[in-house]
Design a protein around this ligand. Structure first.
Ligand code: ADP
Ligand code: X2W
Length: 263
C-alpha cells in the first residue's frame, strides 16, 4: 500500500465511507439519517463507491465477458469503456442524486477531476486497463469539504496519458482515507459485518480473520475487503469497520490479540 504526503490537510475530522455496489441500489433512510448525524458531529464525510453489479449487468447486455483475479476485474479494451461509463455516468450520478434528494449536498467526482486519482497500470499484461494508484490529489476534496459539500468519488483513475483505468472500490476507499488522514474508514456492504456460523462479529483481529479465510468462513468479495481493511489499519487509519447501511457491523483490529481480551 502506498502512503501519501498531502500538502492540503486541514484539522477537520474526516470519515471516508465506501459504498459497495451491492448496497447502492437500495440505500435506506437510516443511512441518510446516520450520515447527517456524522456531519452534525463535525465530521467531514467523503464518499467513495464501487458498482460491481451495475458493471456486470452492462457487460452482459453488451456481451463482453470478464473474469476476476484476486477480486480484481481483468479489464480489456471493450470492458474499460463500459466500466468507466457505468461508474461515472450511471452509478455516480444516481448516488449524487439520492444524496441531494435526502438533503445532503453532494458533488460527483472521479479520478479525472482536478487530477484526483493518478495511476500507473497495475500490470497491463495480466489485468489490462486497471490502475495502481500513485497519487491522490486531495486538494479538491479539502475545498469541497470546507464548504460542506460531500465529494462522491467513483473508482476510476487516470494514467499520465489520460487513459481511464478501473480500480477496485475498496482500494480507492483505503487510499483516499490514507491521503486525507481520515479518522475512520467505513466499508458499507450488504451484510452487517463479518458473519461466522450465523453470528455477526463485533470485532475481528488479524489472526482470526486469517483463520476464518483459511477455514472458508470468509470467501468471495469479503476476502479483498478484510485484507484491504487490515492493510489500511497498518498504514495508519485508526479505525476501520465493515458495516451495513445502518453503519453498524464489525470493527477490524490489527493487533494480534483476542477480541475483548483484558489483563
Ligand atoms: N464471513 C462473511 N461474512 C459476511 N459476508 C461474507 C462472508 N464471506 C463472504 N461474504 C460475502 O461477501 C459479500 C460482500 O462482498 P461484496 O459483494 O464484494 O461487497 P461490495 O459489493 O459491497 O463491496 C456478502 O454479501 C457475502 O455474500
Ligand atoms: C478493478 C476492479 O475490480 N474494479 C471493480 C470496480 C467496481 C467495484 O469495486 O465495485 P464493488 O465495490 O461493488 O465491488 C470492478 O470492475 O468490479
Amino acid at each position: 500500500m502506498t502512503t501519501f504526503k498531502s500538502t492540503h490537510h486541514t484539522d477537520r475530522k474526516k470519515i471516508v465511507i465506501k459504498l459497495g455496489g451491492s448496497t447502492l441500489e437500495g440505500l435506506n433512510q437510516s443511512f441518510f439519517s446516520n450520515f447527517k448525524l456524522l456531519q452534525e458531529q463535525g465530521y467531514d464525510v467523503i464518499i467513495t463507491h464501487g458498482g460491481g453489479p451495475a458493471i456486470n449487468r452492462e457487460l452482459e447486455k453488451q456481451n463482453v465477458k470478464t473474469h476476476a483475479i484476486n477480486g480484481i476485474r481483468v479489464t480489456n479494451e471493450d470492458a474499460i469503456d463500459i466500466v468507466q461509463n457505468t461508474l461515472i455516468g450511471t452509478v455516480n450520478t444516481k448516488l449524487v442524486f439520492e444524496l441531494n434528494k435526502a438533503g445532503i449536498k453532494a458533488v460527483g467526482l472521479n479520478g479525472f477531476d482536478a487530477g484526483l486519482i493518478q495511476c500507473e497500470y497495475l500490470d497491463q499484461e495480466t489485468y489490462g486497463f486497471v490502475g495502481d494508484i500513485k497519487e491522490i490529489n486531495t486538494e479538491i476534496i479539502e475545498q469541497l469539504s470546507a464548504i460542506n459539500v460531500v465529494p462522491v468519488i467513483a473508482c476510476v483513475g487516470t494514467s499520465l496519458e489520460g487513459q481511464g483505468l478501473n480500480i477496485n472500490g475498496d482500494t480507492v476507499a483505503s487510499e483516499v482515507a490514507l491521503a486525507v488522514s481520515a479518522e475512520s474508514l467505513l466499508l458499507v456492504t450488504d451484510v452487517s459485518g463479518i458473519r461466522i456460523l450465523d453470528e455477526y462479529q463485533k470485532e475481528a483481529t488479524e489472526t482470526l480473520i486469517n483463520q476464518w479465510i483459511e477455514e472458508g468462513h470468509i470467501y468471495g468479495g469479503m476476502i479483498p475487503k478484510v485484507q484491504g481493511a487490515l492493510q489500511v489499519l497498518e498504514a495508519g487509519v485508526p479505525s476501520v469497520q465493515i458495516v451495513d447501511d445502518s453503519l453498524t457491523g464489525t470493527k477490524i483490529l490489527s493487533e494480534i490479540r483476542e477480541p475483548n481480551y483484558s489483563l
